[in-house]
Design a protein around this ligand. Structure first.
Ligand SMILES: C[S@@+](CC[C@H](N)C(=O)[O-])C[C@H]1O[C@@H](n2cnc3c(N)ncnc32)[C@H](O)[C@@H]1O
Length: 269
């Protein structure tokens, strides 16, 4: 079998967010370029590893809440990331064994590892696709097979939309997804924000340089609030994510210069 770095679409000399995140979470699916990019970030915002771990725990808490409190059994997880300890289908199935999950990610390495994880699983699919191709994602045969669009769905954009530049209209991507979902569906997101304009620019520049332009930008809380326009944000609202329905897992020490800010909202009706 070809080495993973020889697969089409994989350039090990260029950092990729999925592999940087994997490095922060303690995984081993990352290359030197990813580790160097993380070290560059750490010089400016030490504590980003804690931020990544806390983000992953937020994902687990919100999937658990959607499944147990709101009865959600269908998930579309955009920007899945490399498999790690608790993946969406595993968390959802602890509440509802019949849960169905469609994973979407643009990174071929995520696709290889994601597909290996769910190889014998008929209720979960992995689609290698760019989020900007909403129609292809929604009309993909696996999406049509697994997701019943007449019933509520949760669309997850966790630690995701900061990778989408303004020119690609992140708010429009959410709107077109929501327009295809039944009333009572949910959107969940977390997004990197920083209050200080200089730091926002500095962190954005580091990520753009590391990924050779494959990134969006760090935004303000007010800009992220707008992504939920027209939706009903459920308690406790859009917040720094370690404060979103905390459980008994202790939060990791993290930087508060940039934070993951997010929450969950329902499509009314
Ligand atoms: C930081 S990881 C987040 C993983 C996971 N959602 C979590 O929060 O634990 C972001 C993921 O988004 C993926 N991604 C980046 N741009 C994308 C795009 N345009 N379409 C689909 N996936 C994308 C990356 O490959 C990466 O795996």
């Amino acid at each position: 079998m070809a080495a993973i770095e020889d697969l089409p679409g994989i350039d090990p000399s260029k950092a990729h967010v999925a592999r940087m995140y994997d490095y922060y979470l303690g995984g081993d699916n990352n290359f030197e370029a990813d580790r160097i990019a993380c070290m560059e970030l750490d010089k400016v915002v030490p504590g980003t590893r804690g931020l990544a771990i806390n983000n992953r725990n937020f994902l687990v808490r919100l999937v658990h809440a959607l499944a147990t409190e709101y009865g959600i059994r269908q998930f579309i997880d955009i920007g899945t990331g490399l498999p790690t300890m608790d993946n969406v289908h595993q968390v959802a199935r602890r509440a509802h064994p019949d849960s169905r999950v469609v994973y979407v990610d643009i990174d071929p390495i995520v696709s290889v590892h994601g597909r290996a994880l769910i190889a014998d699983d008929d209720s979960t699919a992995f689609i290698l696709q760019d989020v900007r191709r909403t129609e292809e994602i929604l009309n993909h045969p696996d999406t049509r097979r697994l997701i019943d669009f007449s019933q509520p769905v949760a669309a997850l954009y966790i630690s995701f939309l900061h990778q989408i530049p303004d020119r690609d209209e992140p708010a429009g991507l959410i709107r077109s997804m929501v327009s295809n979902l039944a009333p009572g569906s949910f959107v969940a997101m977390s997004h990197l924000v920083a209050a200080d304009p200089q730091l926002r620019k500095q962190l954005t520049d580091i990520m753009l340089a590391a990924t050779e332009g494959n990134w969006g930008r760090v935004r303000t809380k007010a800009e992220v609030d707008q992504f939920f326009a027209g939706l009903e944000v459920i308690p406790p609202g859009l917040v720094e994510i370690t404060t979103w329905r905390p459980d008994s897992t202790a939060a990791e020490e993290q930087t508060f210069d940039w934070i993951e800010y997010g929450g969950v909202a329902r499509k009314p009706g």
